[in-house]
Design a protein around this ligand. Structure first.
Ligand code: F3S
Length: 754
């Protein structure tokens, strides 16, 4: 048994009294998110937490880490002074496997290439009592859903799609590695009490529509920023009608609207999924506290009163959506896609269609997609695009192979990739004749920022359900609407694809030969964690220096970034993933994707010491060598995208002192604070325009740094004139201590007497 039944039973035995206490405190009925949050307060709440305002200490039940982020998290944990993790934790080797030829070859190549990193993760997991999922076992969120997630639980994960576990009724939040270190060290984990967005689902889906279309539609309504600082809670008879894995897809992609996480209430679909994945005891335990794993009945009756925002979607009317290119919130219903393709000049030819990933590789997704592939074969159609299938876990892969679905895909030319992230994270050796040619790909993944999948700015990536992606693979045209359009088969006849059909859960159950799990040693004493000093992939960490106790003066402007600056722009993935455990080496990708406001170029900034233009990391290293700090200026929603803390650690390591932006994405802002950086926002957004290329920058007010108190930025321009303006911050007292100590980790270390 991999899941911790005792822990789950303890959560459930405490739940009724904790929910009752929270209801008394708030003096009103509770939403599900409130029940779980109050039940996981680190110390019992003595007052109602104000949503969107109060910082609250929580005690999550588990931690999950993927291999790219686990390296830095565990390098940090290794220095914090504990000999075992305080809560059940797991590591999942999924991000470092490159999709090139097919599953077996690619997996072996990854094991050879990343041996040093896998050995490190395996040994450090063994030492500190962490479960280790080997390469090939599957993608973190799918493995967590299959093994660990439980209704009413709370977990954090060092990956932004951790909210996937909301499909099993868990509050699951994507964080940076430093937060994982806090929880593994047994310390409280802090979060601003989220706002609540309710999504009422009425009706029932049918035909080509799938759970993915719910979140594609929601993304179109809320945009990439609309969920920021909020938990999205789905409810209504439509919610209960969705399969558990469909719910997980919706929660997974809630990351694309910036939501803290998304959540569904415990229901029969979840119980069925728990049972089929070998967790009947969890379902039985959940059944006993069922009323506490759903919102209070009054909330259903008068939802607008209990949520900060309410959205209603009628599943009877929902049609399939295709979102993109370049952003997941550009949502187009399939009926309008042909017109949108013509109007926007999007390349019509679908060159590659990719299904699977952590978002959409459930048995339901695969069986429904395979039903379309089977029709293609029967109706004399072939795939017009390259077509790949990425299973989310070995359990899914083994089962869909046994049940014949992989064979069906193979018959129409589908290529099965390793159970790993692969093309979803730029780990894809794509074969394309001319990389500069504008081209279209369609995936059933979640994220489609420029260059995300294949590193090519010319690629227009669209996101749709796996059923629609499979139909596109056959039609080869983005303007194709499988609900209404005919295709011409090999015999020259016009044929139509029928609606997909499939199974929510495998009729014969899941099976697997080797799930790929390695349990940790009973005691980690004597387990060696070796990191070679010559390694280019791993580097032990040195603590960041504490604040010098004065205002920051004479800082250089490193870059004024223009427009979207996601964590992919700040710390690119793809080929850089291999340096995730080596802070100095990975810092050579710092901000190389950000567009310089002054010349419109990426990775080209003026070195104000020489007047020459150079790379961003190279210029910053020159400032560091000269003993000068710097400032990065950015636009709206700076740091959106992933939880990767490297995006905060790299500037810190290279000597950037502050990030000053119009607004931050939540996880990135917290990551900056954890690493002892100053994350500031313009009090008046127009002041962004005052920043000039040759400015020298002072940040004043730090000796009186206090919650809610503005700081002052003074720009000294090249001609000697100055501009001065107030800047805001969201540091609370604890976070100010992190800043002063140099990082949150520096404070933890002190706590364990190091
Ligand atoms: Fe991996 Fe992509 Fe999911 S990177 S964890 S498959 S979002």
């Amino acid at each position: 048994m991999l899941f911790d039944l005792d822990l789950i039973k303890k959560v459930y035995s405490d739940l009724p009294s904790k929910v009752h206490a929270a209801r008394q405190l708030l003096n009103r009925p509770l939403t599900l998110a409130e029940k779980i949050l109050y039940a996981h307060a680190y110390k019992p709440a003595t007052q109602a937490f104000e949503r969107g305002k109060d910082y609250v200490d929580f005690a999550p039940d588990r931690v999950a880490m993927q291999d790219a982020t686990a390296q830095m998290a565990l390098l940090q944990f290794d220095t914090c002074g504990r000999d075992r993790v305080a809560v059940p934790s797991t590591v999942h080797c999924d991000h470092l496997i490159q999709a090139k030829v097919g599953a077996t070859t690619d997996l072996q190549a990854a094991i050879d290439t990343n041996r040093e990193v896998y050995d490190f993760l395996s040994s450090i997991s063994n030492k500190y009592g962490i479960g280790f999922w080997k390469p090939g076992a599957g993608i973190i969120h799918q493995v967590v859903l299959e093994n660990y997630a439980f209704p009413g639980g709370m977990m954090i994960g060092t990956d932004s799609h951790t909210p996937n576990a909301g499909g099993l009724g868990m509050i699951a939040i994507g964080v940076g590695g430093a937060d994982a270190v806090d929880v593994m060290a047994g310390l409280p984990w802090e979060l601003k009490m989220p706002k609540l967005i309710g999504v009422k689902l009425t009706g029932k889906m049918s035909g080509w529509t799938s759970a993915k279309d719910v979140i594609l539609k929601v993304a179109g309504i809320l945009t990439v920023k609309g969920g920021t600082g909020a938990i999205v809670e789905y409810f209504g008879e439509g919610a209960d009608s969705l399969s558990c894995t469909g719910k997980a897809t919706i929660c997974n992609m809630g990351a694309e609207i910036g939501a803290t996480c998304s959540l569904f209430a415990y229901d029969q679909k979840m119980a069925d999924y728990l049972k089929v994945t070998g967790r009947a005891e969890v379902a039985a335990a959940a059944d006993e506290v069922r009323e506490h794993l759903r919102p209070d009945a009054e909330v259903y009756a008068d939802a607008a009163k209990y949520y900060d925002q309410l959205i209603e979607i009628n599943l009877d009317e929902l049609e399939p959506y295709v979102n993109g290119p370049f952003t997941p919130d550009l949502a187009t219903p399939i009926s309008q896609m042909a017109a949108a393709v013509a109007e926007n000049g999007w390349p019509d030819a679908v060159e590659v269609a990719l299904i699977g990933s952590c978002t959409n590789s459930s048995y339901e997704d695969i069986s429904r997609s395979a039903s379309i592939a089977a029709q293609a074969k029967a109706k004399g159609l072939k795939t017009a695009s390259e077509f790949t299938i990425t299973p989310g876990s070995e359990v899914v892969r083994y089962t869909i192979e046994k049940d014949g679905y992989l064979g069906t895909f193979d018959q129409i030319g589908g290529v099965v990739m390793a159970n790993a992230c692969g093309p979803c994270i730029g780990q894809w050796a794509r074969h394309i004749d001319d990389p500069s040619r504008k081209n279209t790909i369609v995936t059933s993944f979640n994220r489609n920022f420029a260059k995300r999948n294949d590193g090519l700015a010319s690629t227009h990536a669209f996101v749709a359900s796996p059923e629609i992606v499979t139909a596109y693979a056959i039609a080869g045209r983005l303007s194709f609407n499988p609900l209404t359009d005919k295709l011409v088969n090999e015999a020259g006849e016009e044929v139509m694809l029928d609606e997909p059909s499939g199974f929510e859960l495998p009729p014969q159950g899941f099976s697997v030969e080797d799930p790929g799990y390695q349990a940790p040693a009973e005691s980690g004493e004597g387990v060696e964690v070796a990191v070679s000093p010559e390694s280019t992939r791993l580097q032990l960490l040195s603590p960041f220096p504490a604040w010098e106790g004065t205002d920051l003066k004479g800082l250089k402007l490193l870059i004024k970034a223009k427009g979207k600056c996601t964590t992919d722009h700040i710390s690119m993935a793809g080929p850089w993933l291999k340096f995730r455990g080596h802070l100095d080496n990975i810092s050579n990708n710092m901000l190389i994707g950000a567009v310089n406001y002054f010349n419109g170029q990426t990775d080209s900034v003026k070195n104000s010491l020489t007047g020459e233009y150079g790379t961003v990391p190279g210029t910053q290293r020159a400032y560091k060598a000269a003993g000068l700090g710097s400032v990065v200026v950015g636009d709206e929603n700076y740091g959106e995208g992933s939880s990767r803390e490297h995006a905060a650690m790299e500037p810190r390591h290279l000597g950037v002192r502050a990030i000053l932006v119009k607004s931050f994405a939540r996880i990135h802002e917290t990551n900056l604070k954890k690493q002892g950086m100053l994350g500031l926002t313009f009090a008046n957004k127009e002041d962004y325009e005052k920043v000039q290329e040759d400015d020298t920058i002072d940040i004043l007010g730090l000796t009186e740094f206090a919650p809610g108190k503005q700081l002052t930025v003074v720009l000294t321009h090249k001609d000697g004139t100055t501009d001065s303006f107030p800047v805001n911050h969201t540091y609370n007292l604890q976070q100010i201590e992190w800043f002063k100590a140099g990082s949150a980790l520096n404070l933890i270390r002190r706590q364990f007497g190091k």
